[in-house]
Design a protein around this ligand. Structure first.
Ligand code: IPM
Ligand code: MN
Length: 356
């Protein structure tokens, strides 16, 4: 048994409701396995702008730095979306957190759930059994490259895509590490026929691939990858790519499993890892107790596995989630015909399952 010390960052919109359930599940697991849990809350996103004027305050960063893991909800508020004049935005908080914690890899496992396959926009035979992992580079590329801005007359805008050898090497090694634990295939996604940064990625990938002789390496242009994800999702094992391509491809990949409300993610790197659902803050549902907590609860499972190396604990969370789905104890986004349950009811059912 261990002492786990986590930072809890609920964020905006439905964040507080879903994080509450994931925290209850975390507590239930700690009780079951005899771990002690200490946790502390901090603000991030629009709620942080509203209360202290910045989206990722120093106090929040300090808490993350001294914690063993961060459980994160969602950020974003519609009042900022259509206001180009807003100088500070909730999203800057997320980017600053990633950069300051050195979270260079965002790991998004794409798995299907048998009871959800009929909700997929793809034919069941294409998605049934699909199981791959997207590894998105998270602290480089166009999101952070400078210069970024506008010409003085305001009529020209520019972003800069930058990657260094070190950034590319570390994420590729991570991809090979995970492929080694999975089905031994890495797909390197780039646009090397057009972009200089992509040519660097591909060159480095070609240097690194021979160091992993038992792993197959496949190179794919991003436009082709976008097509292959919907055409033949089962052909992927570990897909690794740069920041912006990864942002786009993981939204695409997530929905083929049936619901965006199901998929967790882990952001890992130099300092404390962050675990969060891949969906956003769903402001229309905030405060209504209707949002699907499963992606956040599954993020807690990733936290046990990736941050604490506690595989049994993670597995029990997954088992409980599967059981709740099989029993039809699910929120409205994935309930069909049957009664829809509240966010808190789903969480409580899972907590009881774990405790019994
Ligand atoms: C994500 C989100 C963020 C991103 C936004 C909110 C800045 O879309 O985590 O995928 O683009 O990285
Ligand atoms: Mn995104």
């Amino acid at each position: 048994s261990k002492n786990l010390n986590i930072a809890v960052l609920p964020g905006d919109g439905i964040g507080p409701e879903i994080v509450e359930q994931a925290l209850n599940v975390t507590k239930a697991i700690c009780n079951k396995f005899g771990h002690t849990l200490t946790y502390e809350y901090a603000i991030v996103g629009a709620c942080a702008i509203d209360s202290v004027g910045e989206p990722y305050p120093k106090a929040t960063h300090d808490l993350c730095m001294k914690s063993d893991a961060v459980l994160f909800g969602a950020i974003g508020d519609p009042k900022y979306d259509n206001n180009p004049a807003a100088k500070v935005r909730p999203e800057q908080g997320l980017l600053k957190m990633r950069k300051d914690l050195g979270l260079y890899a965002n790991i998004r496992p794409v798995t299907t759930f048998p009871s959800l396959i009929h909700k997929s926009p793809l034919r069941a035979d294409l998605v049934d059994g699909a199981d791959f992992m997207c590894i998105r580079e998270l602290t480089g590329g166009m999101y952070f490259g400078r210069p970024q801005g506008r010409s003085e007359d305001g009529n020209t805008a520019y972003d800069t895509c930058v990657y260094t050898r070190e950034e590319v090497e570390r994420i590729l090694h991570l991809a090979y590490k995970y492929a080694g634990q999975r089905n031994k295939k890495v797909t390197v996604v780039d646009k090397a026929n057009v972009l200089a940064t992509s040519r660097l990625w591909r060159q480095i990938a070609q240097e690194i691939a021979p160091q992993y002789p038992d792993i197959e390496t496949e190179y794919m242009f991003v436009d082709n990858a976008a097509m292959r994800i919907i055409q033949w999702p089962k052909s992927f094992d570990v897909l690794v790519t740069e920041n912006l391509f990864g942002d786009i491809l993981t939204d695409e990949a997530s929905v083929i499993t049936g619901s965006l409300g199901m998929l967790p993610s882990a952001s890992v790197g130099i300092h404390t890892s962050v675990f969060e659902p891949i969906h956003g803050s769903y402001p229309q549902a905030a405060g209504k107790n209707i949002a699907n907590p499963l992606a956040t609860i599954l993020s807690a499972a990733l936290m046990f596995e990736y941050a604490f190396g506690m595989m049994e604990e993670g597995a029990l969370i997954r088992e409980a989630v599967a059981a709740s789905m099989a029993a039809g104890i699910v929120t409205e986004d994935i309930a069909d015909n049957a009664k829809a349950y509240k966010t808190s009811e789903v969480g409580e059912w899972i907590v009881n399952y774990i405790a019994k």
